[in-house]
Design a protein around this ligand. Structure first.
Ligand code: MN
Length: 203
């Protein structure tokens, strides 16, 4: 198991939660992102990017925006195993993160700082280096979200690093869209949060 997943494993009892237990580290050639809507104590969106074989993860209380003027707080949380990108369901009461989880958006991404995308010299960086430096620029190819997004570390709140998630200026930016309010179904099952919850409880 990757050392990065120790905190993920420590927080969970895999006999009780249906979340995946950490498997082997995946190829770091994977370029996947997933955004999971998570109705835990506070509703939030978990934004995850595959970097170096794990899903680097941020909790975004208000979710992503397609408006370039909107800065969304993104709190760095523990790394998740790659298999977590498939997880949709209900984390049982009493367990860490208890509540309903939906795969709100998912797809591939490209590193806009790779040096092949126009940024050369000083601005170029691998995903691993971008994460370490606290400045990530990616092009998302999702169902709901497309285009460039920047994540920038701004400081820390207690133990957790604070970052900001901002839509970059490109043809996919759209200040009139508000996908967290208008596109509320799972991209893998078409279900609403309520339907995921009801199906889990056998209703
Ligand atoms: Mn969460």
């Amino acid at each position: 198991m990757a050392r990065e997943l120790e905190e993920y494993e420590r927080r969970r009892d895999f006999n009780k939660t249906g979340e995946p237990s950490p498997g082997s580290r995946s190829s770091d050639k994977d370029r996947t992102f997933v955004i999971q809507k998570h109705d835990a104590r506070n509703l939030h969106y978990d934004f995850r990017l595959s970097i170096d074989g794990v899903l680097k993860s941020w909790a975004v209380p208000k979710g992503p925006s397609t408006d370039t003027r909107v800065k969304r707080l993104a709190i760095l949380t523990e790394d998740h195993p790659m298999e977590y990108a498939d997880f949709e369901g209900v984390i049982p009461e009493g367990e860490y993160g208890a509540g309903t989880v939906m795969v709100w958006d998912r797809g591939g991404y490209r590193n806009l700082r790779s040096g092949k995308e126009g940024k050369r010299g000083k601005g170029a960086a691998s995903m691993e280096a971008s994460y370490r430096d606290g400045h990530i620029e990616v092009w998302l190819e999702g169902h709901k979200l497309r285009g460039g997004y920047a994540l920038t570390r701004t400081g820390s709140s207690g133990k957790r690093e604070k970052w900001l998630l901002v839509k970059m200026r490109d043809e996919e930016a759209d200040a009139r869209r508000n996908p967290t309010s208008t596109e509320t179904e799972s991209v893998v099952s078409g279900r609403t949060m309520k339907e995921i919850e009801e199906e889990h409880s056998g209703g």
